[in-house]
Design a protein around this ligand. Sequence first.
Ligand SMILES: NC(=O)c1ccc[n+]([C@@H]2O[C@H](COP(=O)([O-])OP(=O)(O)OC[C@H]3O[C@@H](n4cnc5c(N)ncnc54)[C@H](O)[C@@H]3O)[C@@H](O)[C@H]2O)c1
Length: 435
Amino acid sequence: MKISVIGTGYVGLVTGTCLAESGNDVLCIDIDAHKVQQMQKGVVPIYEPHLDVLFQRNIKANRLNFSISLDEGLEHGEIIFLALPTPEDEDGSADLSYVLGAAKEIGKRIQNYKVIVDKSTVPVGTANKVTAAIAQETTVDFDVVSNPEFLREGFAVDDFLKPERIVIGSGSERAISLMQKLYKPFVRSGNPILIMDERSAELTKYAANAFLATKITFMNEIANFCEKVGADVDKVRVGMGTDSRIGKRFLFPGIGYGGSCFPKDVKALHKSGNDLDYTFNILDAVIKVNDIQKTILISRIEQYFKGDIKGRTFGIWGLAFKPETDDIREAPALYMIEELLSKGAQVHVFDPEAMANVKKKFGDSIVYVQNMYDATDNADALIISTEWSIFRTPDFNTLKKRLKQPVIFDGRNLYDVDDITKEGFYYSSIGRKRV
Ligand SMILES: NC(=O)c1ccc[n+]([C@@H]2O[C@H](COP(=O)([O-])OP(=O)(O)OC[C@H]3O[C@@H](n4cnc5c(N)ncnc54)[C@H](O)[C@@H]3O)[C@@H](O)[C@H]2O)c1
């Protein structure tokens, strides 16, 4: 099938590449001319495991192309995916200007029947708004489908190729049948394509993300309470997670959820409630607890150094909001860097993939090193903020030699408390004893 994807970011590029991989003829459109130029030269503009192989293969087979021209995109695709940003607006709502702006432009340009598929995460009612925005500009027949995306950065290719479910919100049999044909190769193992109305599809995405953010936040509160009562959150986590009603996943405490989705999606759902005089009390609490959790290591660092942070050096391992991505949107590390700089500290950072993005934000105000141990040279403490695998089994002797003093603040619980204590470190982690 001929597919166009408008917006070639983390979701759009993975969508376009994976749809090309299943034999479709895909044209990806982006407003960012530099990004499009890079992709035309065969450069993947983001870090996402396994994406490069599929990307190269499909470009070579001429099934995957890139352009900045929306006209070309609308000429090309019978199905047009919108994978555009829906960032947080000032009042917490989802900013729909990208999606509705594109809808208007689509309305001005379409010449024949198209299915417009909303893959962006959008509030309930957006499919109606997109329909209205297009219809205002054209009399050509079209359908709007809500098809929220559930991929996880770091596993995006796998998630797209083998989704646990595909949600399609539409009332049009014609559009549903085209979408089922498109997605059939991805559900050969029997996972469902769930057909529902647009509003339910739109809400499914927010409900899923808000639930996951709540699960993390609940565990963060349990972890904090563990410290008060002398319990070990690792033991509590396993004890809880073996109950199949609870499940083992998303029970790891840390320094708050971040990333490009959870923070904005929780706030957008909360705001949607407010707009309809409905208060999401749970989400209220989730937002508040997460804001506090983001500050937890900074308070501990201040406590440890008795407020004397100025002139000290801190090494940070991990900048991305989670491992296996270069995405730093709402990453806890950014918050910590800002706090440490504002208190007059020096910050030396290392991340396997995200340093270029962090440099765009912090420039030369922090030091970027190419080896994880270099970040600890003469540092007063090491802070761990992303659980990349390479941080899991460091050489503790090297660390001790390089750090000014053997002090680690670990926001991801990477090490066994007893082991690291025996190594002679002061070690502060989340929900476990501090020694
Ligand atoms: N990143 C994720 O893990 C993820 C997962 C599921 C859903 N989502 C949702 O998918 C949507 C896209 O997220 P993302 O992370 O891919 O965003 P992104 O910021 O990585 O990508 C968006 C792309 O759209 C381009 N763009 C902006 N305006 C444009 C326009 N008018 N025409 C063409 N291109 C334009 C940008 O240049 C950028 O390349 C959001 O609604 C997000 O909430 C994201």
